[in-house]
Design a protein around this ligand. Structure first.
Ligand code: MG
Length: 381
């Protein structure tokens, strides 16, 4: 499932009350726009273009720091102009699916995206809709009429189209009119738009009360995943070892294709394990001469990038080194500081422990050294 996405975050959202425009307002400890970008990246978007107001590019950099696969462009005076600016910035082929999404709907998931893209096989557009449960009245203070809700559906976002067809539909849209969603542009151009089941969780945050409700829901939209990693390397001739990202003088060296930093290898596998992305050997095959003597911090940084690319973040890491020598204690805080820098964590989220095997086994005989790591990662559902 390959798709691109445009997130419209250029509006001022004045109905949400005083303060920051709503896309930039905090929700569950992160700017609201970040929720949609993370959700769409986690759903597999190959590129996400965020359309922001003219003076908001720096805010986007800050709000989306660490995520990979997004760009920001400035929008126009109207939503229609902003959407078109976003479409113009996409690099996808005209036949590729594109999802247009409002930043004010933070809880988009892979399940939503899959339903929409599946429906595109039979239609020019696909939108999530929900029936209208309330009785509808027309009037202002006094009821003029009760309006039949028969056949009425509420339209949500994201809305899915083929990139080329949506661009063409916008090009044909009369400049004097302002569409309230993208499906109406496709309808006007004669396109068929399929309705797929919407979701109350795709609610649009409009009023201050909506933010209070969404704040309660945030916790259920992220999950914590654990990963563990184990590595061992053999001692050989040498006068130092790389361990936990630092260089330690020793009367032996560690043998390996890279710098043989057992600690960083275990941590890399733990991060990969938390996001079910295979193991270090798959990403950096020992048979590949590029990794000969490589500094292992690049392996760990690669795994950290994969977490960021799916909208996740690392919560903490716990590394245990198993050896008789070198003594770890004198180097422990230096290792913690180096690992914290690589993982983008404060040092109090990084633990380094050491143990021996009381002279037993290969670590006891000092044939080699072993490391175990556990890492917790938080990602969108
Ligand atoms: Mg290794």
């Amino acid at each position: 499932m390959t798709f691109s996405a445009v997130i419209v975050a250029a509006g001022e959202g004045l109905r949400a009350g005083p303060g920051e425009p709503k896309a930039w307002r905090g929700l569950g400890g992160r700017p609201m726009v970040r929720w949609s970008v993370e959700g769409l990246l986690a759903a597999g978007a190959r590129e996400v273009v965020v359309v922001v107001a003219r003076d908001r590019l720096a805010d986007a950099d800050e709000a989306l720091a660490g995520l990979i696969g997004w760009t920001a462009v400035t929008g126009g005076r109207t939503r229609a102009e902003s959407v078109q600016a976003g479409l113009a910035a996409l690099t996808a082929a005209p036949t590729q699916p594109v999802l247009i999404h409002d930043a004010a709907r933070p809880f988009v998931t892979r399940a939503h995206v899959e339903r929409l893209i599946a429906a595109l096989a039979q239609a020019d557009g696909a939108i999530p809709t929900l029936p209208v449960p309330d009785t509808l009245k027309r009037g202002d203070g006094l009821v003029d009429a009760t309006v039949s809700r028969e056949g009425l559906q509420r339209a949500q976002t994201p809305q899915a189209f083929r990139l080329g067809k949506l661009k063409a539909a916008y090009a044909a849209w009369p400049a004097s009119e302002e569409p309230t969603d993208d499906a109406s542009v496709m309808e006007r151009a004669g396109g068929q738009v399929a309705m797929v089941p919407g979701d109350p969780m795709l609610m649009k945050l409009t009023w201050p009360e909506d933010f209070m409700l969404a704040e309660q829901l945030c916790a259920s939209r992220r999950i914590v995943r654990m990963g563990q990693g184990i590595d061992a390397h053999r001692f050989g001739p040498g006068d130092m070892v790389w361990l936990g990202g630092i260089r330690i003088p020793h009367d032996l060296g560690l043998v390996g294709h890279s710098d043989a930093d057992c600690g960083l290898h275990a941590l890399t596998d733990a991060v990969l394990g938390a996001i079910a992305e295979g193991d270090i050997g798959e990403h950096f095959p020992p048979s590949d001469p590029r990794w000969k003597g490589a500094s292992s911090d690049r392996f760990l940084l690669h795994a950290v990038k994969l977490v960021a690319a799916r909208g996740g973040r690392i919560l903490n890491a716990d590394l245990t080194l198993i050896c008789e020598r070198p003594k770890i204690r004198p180097h422990r805080d230096a290792m913690r500081a180096r690992i914290a820098a690589l993982l983008g964590l404060p040092i109090d989220r990084v633990s380094v422990k050491a143990t021996t095997t009381e002279g037993m086994g290969f670590t006891g005989r000092e044939e080699g050294l072993m490391a175990q790591a556990v890492v917790a990662v938080e990602t969108p559902v």
